[in-house]
Ligand binder design. Structure first.
Ligand code: PHE
Length: 464
């Protein structure tokens, strides 16, 4: 069967931006930036996006387009040995497992959206309420909705599913984001938040913060998850990989920055004396408890209905962002099974989807509902739940390792001149440019080195 393709460069850009723009940009980024030096963090983040992440993006997209394969197929085809095939496996299992925890978080977002629409957001504004919600049976109703919607999109395939959904959801997302930023900036005291976000404090940029910023940039651009290899395998030969890559990186950065301009002014407007320490606790759960509080503070001005409406608008935005990311990550294992086993899209999707949903249910039960799942292992001095375990192992640990291996693979196995040749299709002027030299050099030297350092650093801090 002929491999499906995106109908145009724009189709790819929106799908890839859909993958990149997610909970990472809209929720994690503003919190990280606010406690780590505001604009100083933003500047470093932007540097990482263009100087470290962009070359990796181009490499992934080229690898996909060249091989017309999923990550496992790509590593196998070019690697030609067992060791690289194993790395290929890692590049399919990692997105699958990251998909499990991302599915759980997307379900929470769907729940927040539902609560906001029903005017019940106050139930989520304290730690207890949040705990009750993530352990309720209601959660599984939201899970069924999220899974149903994701399957519906993925079932349609590349053009009629992924591309069609992202061409509707992404522009809607941009419009909603801009509308919300404008609204928030008109609120009293909003400028305090803008100042807080935009005045750089370079003293906050410690090694640890930089490490976190790079890891966040990597995650946020959906790198090392095989997504851009897979989506890259659906790009046409005459499409320009460099401009598509730059556009996706730029859009993702822009959304992160806008989200900072949304969340921080909102926080300050609702509570000018806010203790940033309160925001600083960046554990996933804390952020989730904090968001409803921000919206509920609006009640004083526009009443409970008004506040619920604004909150619903915000959570719909995050929900769209999360859905398009979730779709991209599930497409990786689906494409692998379709390519590798010759299964139809539906069969691949339903089989893998069933396993993924089962694991997501297990994760959802590991927040206290089932004792042994909630305390499945102890390491680094902490007791971890099943959810924590998946998060630590795949997101924190294997993701940077995958990035490291990908760079080595592209430059030393596939070879830089083949990468250049692939990029030059659709971008004939590429050879001899500064960018070409930079991409070749950085991917073969300091980018893998930095990723290796992040990997070692994570292993030593999390597990020991
Ligand atoms: N880029 C996504 C984000 O910022 C991360 C992600 C992509 C997660 C794809 C899962 C799947 O949230």
């Amino acid at each position: 069967m002929k491999r499906e393709q995106f109908s145009s460069s724009l189709g790819f850009i929106l799908a890839a931006a859909g993958s990149a723009v997610g909970i990472g940009n809209l929720v994690a980024f503003p919190v990280m930036a606010s406690k780590n030096g505001g604009a100083a963090f933003l500047i470093m983040y932007a540097i990482f996006v263009f100087f470290i992440c962009l070359p990796v993006m181009l490499a992934e997209m080229s690898l996909g387009r060249h091989t017309r394969q999923n990550p496992l197929g790509a590593y196998t085809q070019i690697g030609q040995n067992r060791a690289w095939r194993t790395v290929g496996w890692l590049s399919v299992i990692t997105p699958f497992m990251i998909g499990v925890f991302y599915l759980v978080i997307t379900v929470w977002i769907a729940g927040y959206l539902g609560k906001a629409v029903l005017g019940q957001l106050d139930q989520l504004a304290d730690p207890e309420g949040f705990g009750v919600f993530i352990n309720s049976n209601e959660l599984f109703v939201y899970m069924a909705l999220v899974v149903g919607l994701t399957f519906l999109i993925l079932q349609g395939g590349v053009k009629k599913g992924i591309e069609k959904a992202t061409t509707v959801l992404m522009p809607a997302l941009f419009i909603m984001l801009i509308a919300l930023v404008i609204y928030v900036l008109t609120l009293d005291n909003a400028m305090l938040g803008v100042k807080f976000f935009l005045i750089p404090d370079f003293t906050k940029l410690t090694g640890e913060v930089l490490n976190g910023a790079l890891a966040q940039a990597f995650f946020s651009l959906s790198l090392a998850m095989g997504i851009l290899i897979t989506y890259g395998s659906y790009i046409q030969k005459h499409d320009n990989i460099v401009s598509a890559g730059k556009t996706v990186a730029g859009l993702s950065l822009l959304v992160a920055a806008c989200s900072g301009l949304l969340i921080l002014p909102a926080v300050f407007s609702f509570n000018p004396d806010i203790q940033i320490a309160e925001l600083s606790e960046s554990s996933i759960g804390m952020i989730f408890m904090f968001l409803p509080k921000i919206f509920l503070a609006l009640q004083a001005d526009i009443g409970y209905f008004g506040a619920s409406f604004v909150a619903a608008f915000f959570f719909l935005l995050v929900f769209f962002a999360a859905m398009t990311s979730l779709v991209s990550i599930i497409e990786v294992p689906v494409a692998s099974v379709m390519d590798g086993k010759g299964l139809s899209r539906r069969k691949a999707l339903y089989t893998l989807g069933a396993v993924m949903v089962a694991l997501a249910v297990v994760s959802a039960l590991s927040f206290g509902r089932i004792d042994w799942l909630s305390n499945i292992l102890s390491y680094g001095g902490n007791t971890k739940s099943f959810f924590d375990l998946v998060y630590d192992m795949f997101y924190e640990t294997i993701l940077p390792l995958n990035g490291f291996l990908l760079c080595l693979f592209v430059v030393y196995r596939w070879k830089a001149h083949n990468l250049d040749k692939e990029i030059a299709d659709g971008n004939p002027g590429f050879a001899g440019t500064v960018l070409q030299k930079y991409v070749n050099f950085s991917l073969g030297t300091f980018i893998p080195l930095i990723l290796l350092i992040i990997f070692v650093n994570t292993v030593s801090t999390i597990y020991f």
